[in-house]
Write a protein that binds this ligand. Sequence first.
Ligand SMILES: [Zn+2]
Length: 299
Amino acid sequence: MSWNPMRSGTLICLLAMFSSSLAPGQNAASCANCVEWNKAEPPFRIFGNTYYVGTHGLSSVLITSPAGHVLIDGDLPQSAALIADSIRSLGFRLEDVKLIVNSHVHFDHAGGIAELQRRSGARVVASQWSADVLRKGGVGKGDPQYGTLPPIAAVKNVSVFLDGESLQVGEITITPHLTPGHTPGGTSWTWKSCKDAACYDMVYADSLNPISAPGFRFTKSRQYPQAIEDFEKSFAFFEATPCDVLITAHPEVSGLWDRLSQTEKGVKPDPLVDSGACRKLAEDGREKLRQRLASEGKK
Ligand SMILES: [Zn+2]
């Protein structure tokens, strides 16, 4: 339960499902999974001051305080209005979002940030690699999926964090952890949420899925030569970080909807609380990478 700003680490993205169905030149509007991903989901309290405000297939998390809120991920461009509606329906003001952060700069997690920033006036803080992409828009060079992704809109007023540096908004302290591999700038986020005497270590995990554009090899990439080493650092982060409640950038990766249905059925203890969830995530990520590297070895 202790607050431990770990160094480097990363996670998984179901974008694999998406990119495999996306031809070069297609855009988000023609994304085969986007309608399903963007289905409206009623917002709900995860724990304490932490709320789910994302869509059915793409997570977005609001952390609240009387002096301002933090928003993690903006999802698709067409998700921005849904996220804004969810924040308002919980009784909060979008204008009180003071900080927007991101898991990784693919269109399904960062596509809505420009619009949400425009509406809220929040500052955006990102890793150096992600900040470079956000400022320019588009898709970052060195991204394993470069060439198959729709571009993101450019975002203004982006600043860069240091790995493990604590960011403050009112009473909220949130810490970024570099978890690269899925992209070179991937980031996961940790903070504490409390209710009465109980405080939990909350983790928002980036994607750990080793997927790529055709022709890219994680075992031999001139554009991203440290990809495997990055994944290993990310797995190590998730194996070690204190983790009571895990939310993944794609909610089903950590079984959010299944766990939530158990909560609604009154299952005790709270199924959203699982101190082994991050280790399981790392284990699954290691296996996916092992399979991917094995398949590259056969080529
Ligand atoms: Zn992705």
